[in-house]
Design a protein around this ligand. Sequence first.
Ligand code: CTP
Length: 220
Amino acid sequence: MRTLIVTSGPTREFFDPIRFLSNPSTGQMGHAIAQAAVRRGGFQVVFISGPVSQNFTTVDGAKNINVVSTEDMLRVVGENLRAGDILIMAAAPADYKPERKSTVKIKKTENQRINLVPNPDILKAMAEKNRAFTPRATLVGFAAETHDTEKYALGKLADKELDMIFLNDVSKQGAGFGSATNEFTVFFRGGARLELANESKAALGEKIIDCVLSYANEHA
Ligand code: CTP
């Protein structure tokens, strides 16, 4: 059976035992997509989630894997993705991590300078693996942007060698991190585009699965 992987939520990069860098992703959109994929059937759904609230940590009927850091997520995605599979990267992995993690709590009297080093890009790493896959895996990205939205989404579609990218403008009301609703413009490899109007994340989860599966079936 083919595997459909959905990643979800933020990642955390600790710089001491109790403090980390992260972002406000709630994991709600990724969770809705994975639920829709399980309902659709015909795939083993692997749900890989960063630290989020209990409601969005696991999906009934999926293989659930919880991770903390971007490097953990990269490893687990790499272990699960094979030729012909589908990867939907709805997670918001931290792009940078502290160069060093203190083994003890850093005190406020100490010099607070945190040097950051880049994390690996999971989609780019999978795109590289994909070049050796027959048939290719379908790679799906998300882009949450505040400005020059289309330019950045199209840049990511090309740069990460994606099949499609779901762009949302997080500066709009009722879209993005923590909102109950969302809306997307979808850009496909080959130039097609599609608008998904504002509605609940649960309803959009179904439409995202429709979009991904119809593209994957056409290009199988
Ligand atoms: N992504 C990834 N690995 C990372 C960061 C992001 O695979 N280390 C994925 C996200 O899951 C998303 C897509 O890449 O599907 C775009 O993520 P985004 O944060 O918008 O893009 P970045 O490449 O991180 O660029 P920037 O932060 O500069 O906008």
